[in-house]
Design a protein around this ligand. Structure first.
Ligand code: SF4
Length: 418
């Protein structure tokens, strides 16, 4: 499509435009908007430990409520008091002293039930519950370490690479990861779900750039949008002839798996090719609920890849990644990226040395299937984009050929003449 060409409007219900309100304040009559999603998630699987947790901490709740993603969001845990009631641990000092503009604390009842299956020192607690260290900004840490603001031609678009853009469609997530790269823009006051209208300039921008063949929808988490708004968005993007693939970046299958309803899959299938990057941190996130969500997505013909942040004392060893990657492949998620943790304010306690990531790749390559070996990348501070880091497999190149080092450290010469 030429620059300035009118963007085709989608063939989806105008309810889309009426449902701009952020889900967190959905109540009363607004709740009826989401009934189709509610009904289609009733058959979601859950284990006995979930039933016990639900009865103890959310008395009177039915399994049908529990399996509704709207109920999960409405009943999310965001206070120290509630956390203490559930886990008996006091996190009050940290949670109640989070500065106003700081990334808030929020987890779904489902994710709380997952945490409840483990001891309080389990690494997954670290990923979601604020620690006092995050209140101290260290050297080199910045609000927008990737300088995405500099590559933002219109609101909600980051256009850094030639043929693709990032479209940040919402500032709302089902749960807030303590190491979030975009913690400067998610969960801010008045920045939960933005209106559909505020997407217009971004969509027009994409339509005006013929070189953009790939749109990554992210945020915040796009799968926290209602079905109708997500369909509106997908239909607008699919109506742009040069957009070949649409990708969705999400952590929802991990923190809100019941969002992956059959209706959601039906919608996404209409706009293929749609791919998904699923955010995982640890193999214990692969509960029966999350496995079901991944299988539903894969059955919907959605190619799935994982993206993980390398986190100190959470997943910074070969065994954890090997287990995670094997479990992911079993539910048809291809391990795709391990990111070096970005230097956002208060992230020092999460960041490992860069060599740790290289060691992990070295410990996977050759020792397990190539499909289980992701790319280790640093998203270059300042806006340089993703840079892959690899162990050294080429020892030298000379007249004899290329001296290579295999996964066991043995040398081999490929006889290529200079
Ligand atoms: S789900 Fe993604 S965008 Fe949301 S807090 Fe976690 S890392 Fe950030």
């Amino acid at each position: 499509m030429k620059s300035g060409t009118t963007v085709t409007k989608p063939q989806v219900s105008e309810e889309t435009m009426a449902s701009d309100s952020p889900i967190p304040i959905v109540s009363g009559s607004m709740f009826s908007i989401f009934n189709s999603s509610l009904n289609s998630s009733v058959d979601f699987p859950s284990g006995e430990s979930v039933h016990l947790f639900m009865r103890k901490n959310f008395p009177g709740t039915t399994l049908s409520d529990w399996n509704s993603w709207i109920w999960q969001i409405k009943n999310s845990i965001h206070s120290a008091e509630r956390l203490k009631e559930i886990f008996g641990e006091s996190y009050e000092n940290v949670i109640s002293s989070l500065p106003e503009n700081h990334l808030p604390f929020r987890i779904t009842p489902y994710f709380a039930s997952l945490l409840n299956r483990f001891a309080p020192d389990h690494p997954l607690f670290r990923t979601m519950i604020p620690a006092k260290e995050e209140l101290t900004t260290g050297e080199g840490e910045k609000n927008d370490p990737l300088n995405e603001g500099n590559d933002t031609p219109v609101p909600h678009i980051v256009h850094r690479y030639p043929d693709r853009v990032l479209f940040t469609v919402t500032g709302f997530c089902a749960a807030y990861c303590r190491y979030c790269t975009r913690s400067h823009m998610v969960a801010k006051k008045n920045k939960t779900h933005v209106s559909s209208k505020s997407w217009d300039r971004a969509i027009e921008y994409i339509a005006s750039k013929e070189q953009v063949r790939d749109v990554l929808i992210s945020g915040g988490d796009p799968l926290t949008l209602s079905d109708s708004r997500l369909e509106y968005l997908l239909s607008r993007l699919r109506a742009i002839p040069h957009v070949e693939i649409i990708r969705i970046g999400t952590k929802v299958p991990v923190v809100l798996p019941m969002r992956i309803t059959k209706n959601l899959i039906k919608i996404i299938k209409k706009y293929h090719p749609v791919m998904m990057s699923l955010h995982f941190s640890h193999p214990d996130e692969l509960s029966i609920e999350t496995k079901e969500a991944c299988n539903r997505l894969a059955d919907g013909g959605i190619p799935l890849g994982s993206q993980c942040v390398l986190l100190k004392d959470v997943n910074d060893n070969v065994e954890t990644f090997k287990k995670l990657n094997h479990e992911l492949l079993k539910v048809r998620v291809r391990p795709y990226y391990i990111y070096q943790c970005d230097p956002i304010p208060g992230s020092a306690h999460f960041r490992t040395e860069v060599k740790k990531g290289i060691e992990i790749i070295q410990g996977l390559r050759g020792f397990t299937s190539g499909y289980a070996v992701p790319h280790f990348v640093i998203d270059a501070p300042g806006g340089g984009g993703k840079i892959p880091l690899l162990p050294e497999y080429v020892k030298k190149i000379d007249n004899e050929g290329i001296t290579l080092i295999n996964y066991l450290g043995k040398e081999y010469i490929y006889p290529e003449k200079c």
